[in-house]
Design a protein around this ligand. Structure first.
Ligand code: NAP
Length: 440
């Protein structure tokens, strides 16, 4: 049994109750023995907290084994703690060699939490911190947050989560090529015409309008998850595990900045209007009725990297789409036509061969992303977490787009809910004599 001390800040929050505790429970069934200190502002006893937690666990853990859950509950203690009261932090102890402090809290509290933790010695080298996204809303705010944290913690102690990187199906964008050298040979500039990355959701903003409206699709999906998928799809196939973050950084740094003309003609932003029985975005709960927030983005980009010279990438993401789909399509210059790697709804790999139809194989999408990532933190493997420089490189690419939208360089185009986004997203490929694949 592997032991660790796990301090969870924000333990009464949505993310902690819905994702982190279920992941810790599953990890404990797989052999982890965490001593868990659950912290939040609410004044609750451990007993009251566990009551709340087990109600949620029944909702979010499939076929919950009540005996195993009761045993897991014995690992948990609740400690009320307010970030505005440094004295509350004295109740925390980090005397285990493997201590993990998980920040499941809003980023505006990160600096204060770090300062209070450091004041009671909880930034010692045996302590690792896990930071939830979003780390900033543009390049400058990302740098500011990272600078505040690095006053108290070393980079080797910091695990910045992007839960997409915890999905084996996403990591396989690299391992597919790493473990199959013949594919690595095919999936490069020599044979490829272009690459498409789609993250389409049938869901709208649901109850998260208040969180989503200040963010939008570019920040919520493209800047982090999609650029991470792009980086994993393009790093050299022979990259050793310990160099993955550095290789991803090189790819992100090679993103060719979009100039004024490209910002105008190769970036599409949209917002869903009523359609298919669904209301429009601006009619959603907690959304400003005059909101100019995008729920759809499509764009074309290139990498200034010798391995990817002349291969354009088309990215699109949207809410309230006609289909739920997370997919990377490598389109070849000649036969075979395309290699389609689907992550959702079902993980599969499909090779479209000239005159033969498709060869498709279903793949196992594996363990829950949060469980995997927690086990990686326990093991001290930073590879599936973002380095500060990766975040900054991604923001450097995205910032000019955000700025161009502030001056309305591109219009916010309406699209009907349950459609596939504005016509301009189709024209983006059509102008290059290409079209989107839509494979489910
Ligand atoms: P949430 O439901 O609002 O929970 C916030 C937590 O922070 C609560 O436990 C709250 O405690 C605690 N808190 C607030 N003010 C505090 C203070 N002054 N001192 C101590 N604790 C305080 O938020 P969430 O949805 O769980 O999200 C947490 C973080 O994860 C956010 O950064 C969010 O962007 C990120 N995230 C969330 C999701 C998701 O699906 N929810 C997904 C990805 C990332 P009390 O309830 O006791 O006041």
């Amino acid at each position: 049994m592997q032991e660790c001390c796990f301090i969870l800040l924000g333990a009464t929050g949505d993310l902690a109750l819905r994702k982190i505790f279920p992941a810790l429970f599953k990890a404990s069934q797989a052999g982890l023995k965490p001593t868990i200190t659950a912290c939040a502002r609410s004044h609750l006893s451990t007993h009251e907290f566990l009551d709340k937690l087990s109600t949620k666990a029944k909702e979010h853990i499939k076929d919950l084994d009540s005996k195993a859950w009761a045993h897991f509950s014995t690992y948990i203690n609740y400690t009320p703690l307010d970030f505005n009261k440094p004295e509350d932090f004295k109740a925390l102890k980090a005397n285990h060699p493997n201590t993990i402090i998980y920040f499941s809290i809003a980023p505006e509290f990160f600096a204060k939490a770090c300062q209070n933790l450091a004041a009671v010695g909880l930034n010692a080298p045996n302590v690792k911190i896990v930071l939830e996204k979003p780390l900033g809303t543009n390049l400058q705010s990302c740098k500011d947050i990272c600078a505040q944290i690095s006053q108290h913690f070393q980079e080797a102690q910091i695990y910045r989560i992007d839960h997409y990187l915890g999905k084996q199906s996403v990591q396989n964008l690299f391992y597919l090529r790493h473990n199959n050298p013949f594919l690595a040979g095919l999936l490069g500039a020599h044979y490829l015409d272009h690459v498409q990355i789609s993250v389409l959701e049938t869901l709208g903003v649901e109850s998260r309008g208040g969180f989503y409206d200040p963010m939008g699709a570019l920040r919520d999906m493209l800047q982090n998850h999609m650029l991470a998928m792009l980086a994993l799809s393009t790093i050299p196939a022979n990259t050793p595990q310990e160099n993955i973050r550095q290789a991803k950084l090189e790819m992100l740094k090679s993103l060719k900045p979009l100039g004024q003309e490209a910002l105008k003609t190769e970036v599409v932003r949209g917002q869903y209007a009523a359609g298919g029985g669904f209301k429009g975005y601006t009619e959603e709960e907690q959304v400003n009725p005059h909101s100019q927030t995008e729920t759809f983005v499509a764009l074309k980009l290139e990498l200034e990297h010798p391995n990817w010279q002349g291969v354009p990438f088309y990215l699109r993401t949207g809410k309230r789409m006609g289909v739920s789909l997370v997919q990377v399509v490598f389109v070849f210059k000649g036969p075979p036509q395309a290699l389609i790697y689907t992550i959702q709804p079902q993980c599969s790999l499909e090779l479209q061969l000239q005159g033969m139809g498709a060869l498709k194989s279903a793949l196992d999408s594996g363990m829950d992303a949060y469980e995997r990532l927690i086990l990686e933190v326990v093991a001290g493997n930073q590879a599936p977490f973002n380095h500060q420089n990766e975040l900054e490189a991604a923001w450097s690419f995205v910032d000019p787009i955000l700025q161009s939208w502030q001056t309305n360089l591109t219009p916010l185009l309406p699209y009907a809910a349950t459609s596939y986004g504005p016509q301009a997203a189709f024209d983006l490929l059509k102008q290059d004599k290409r079209e989107w694949f839509a494979h489910v």
